[in-house]
Design a protein around this ligand. Structure first.
Ligand SMILES: [Zn+2]
Ligand SMILES: [Zn+2]
Length: 310
C-alpha cells in the first residue's frame, strides 16, 4: 500500500455546516471527491499518521487503519483538534501510540490540545525531535523541516531505500525548499490561475503574500519530483474536483489535486511507459497473430527494450 491522503480539505471541511455555497451543495448532494475532511496523511510502511484533524477518528475507522505513530505539523485545529483519536488507537491496540513531535512545537501543542492528558493517561509516548534532528523508524528516516514562521510549523521529509517524499500541507510559502530530488511532493494548493477562479482576487489580497501561484509552484518543482500533489484544498476557493483537474492538466500529468483517499507515489512517467508498453504489446500480438515464432521474438525484443529503459 502506498502513502495515503486521508483528508484533503484546507482549514475548513467541505461541506461546511450551514454553508449553502455551490461547492458545499455539490458535496452534500453528490459526495465523492467533492467531500473533503481535514488535512492528514498516512504512511503505511511506518504505521505513521501525520496530523489529527477533527475527523481523524472517522478517517481511520472508515479505512480500518490503526497507526502506531502520530506526528504533527503544527498546532492549528485542522491539524490537531482530533488528537483524542490517539486514545482510541491506544485502547484498541493495548499499547501507547508513539507521538513524534519536533521539540519547538511541543509547548504550543500541549497548551492548546490534550497532549499532556494523553501522555499522563498512558495513551501516548512522546518522542521529541530536537531542532535540526531526524528520527530513524523501520526503514524510514523522518526529518522535520522548520518553516520560517513565528508560530512553529513543520513539514516532513521521508527518506527510504532509493526514495524520498515531502509532506508540507500548510503555510508552504514559508518553507525553505529542501534540496535534492523527490519521488513525490505533497504541498498546500497554490492560487489557481485567475481565469480559472470563480471569483475576483484583488491585487491587494493577503493571499498573494501567503500562497504560491500555480505557475510559481509548478516552476519550483518541475523536474525535481516525479509527482506533485496539491492538498489543503480550500472550501472558500469554491472549485469542484473537475475544475481543479483542469488546472492540474495545464502543467502535465505529474501534477494532481488531492482528494480524500488519494494514494500517492505512483510515478506518472512510469505509468505512461507502462501504457506505451501495453499498447506495443497489443500491436505485436495483432500484427503477428499468424506467426507465433515471430510474435515471441518481437515480444522478447519489446521486453528487453522496456527493461533497459527501466
Ligand atoms: Zn491547515
Ligand atoms: Zn461552502
Amino acid at each position: 500500500m502506498r502513502p495515503l491522503i486521508l483528508g484533503s480539505a484546507g482549514s475548513q471541511p467541505t461541506p461546511k455546516a450551514g454553508c449553502n455555497c455551490r461547492l458545499c451543495t455539490l458535496a452534500r448532494e453528490e459526495g465523492g471527491r467533492a467531500l473533503r475532511t481535514g488535512p492528514s496523511f498516512y504512511l503505511p510502511a511506518a504505521g505513521l499518521l501525520v496530523d489529527t484533524p477533527e475527523e481523524s477518528n472517522l478517517q481511520l475507522a472508515q479505512r480500518a487503519l490503526a497507526p502506531s505513530r502520530v506526528a504533527w505539523t503544527h498546532a492549528h485545529p485542522d491539524h490537531a483538534a482530533g488528537m483524542r483519536v490517539v486514545q482510541f488507537l491506544a485502547q484498541s491496540s493495548g499499547r501507547p501510540v508513539e507521538g513524534l513531535v519536533p521539540r519547538p512545537l511541543y509547548p504550543l501543542l500541549a497548551q492548546r490540545y490534550p497532549l499532556d492528558h494523553l501522555i499522563d493517561a498512558g495513551y501516548l509516548e512522546l518522542r521529541l525531535v530536537p531542532a535540526g534532528g531526524a528520527l530513524e523508524l523501520e526503514g524510514l528516516r523522518l526529518t522535520p523541516l522548520a518553516h520560517e514562521t513565528e508560530e512553529p510549523v513543520f513539514a516532513y521529509v521521508f527518506e527510504w531505500e532509493g526514495g524520498r517524499g515531502l509532506y508540507a500541507p500548510d503555510h508552504v510559502r514559508s518553507l525553505p525548499v529542501p534540496s535534492g530530488d523527490f519521488d513525490w511532493v505533497v504541498v498546500q494548493m497554490p492560487i489557481p490561475p485567475l481565469e480559472a477562479l470563480p471569483f475576483e482576487l484583488p491585487a491587494e489580497h493577503e493571499a498573494w503574500d501567503n500562497f504560491y501561484t500555480f505557475e510559481e509552484v509548478t516552476g519550483l518543482w518541475r523536474g525535481r519530483t516525479a509527482q506533485l500533489v496539491f492538498t489543503h484544498i480550500y472550501e472558500s476557493v469554491g472549485m469542484t474536483p473537475e475544475e481543479l483537474d483542469g488546472v492540474a492538466k495545464r502543467a502535465g500529468d505529474w501534477v494532481t489535486f488531492a482528494h480524500d483517499g488519494l494514494e500517492v507515489g505512483a510515478e506518472p512517467s512510469n505509468s505512461a511507459r507502462l501504457e506505451a508498453f501495453l499498447a506495443e504489446q497489443a500491436r505485436i500480438r495483432q500484427a503477428h497473430a499468424d506467426d507465433p515464432k515471430r510474435m515471441r521474438a518481437e515480444m522478447r525484443r519489446l521486453w528487453e527494450k522496456h527493461r533497459r529503459k527501466g
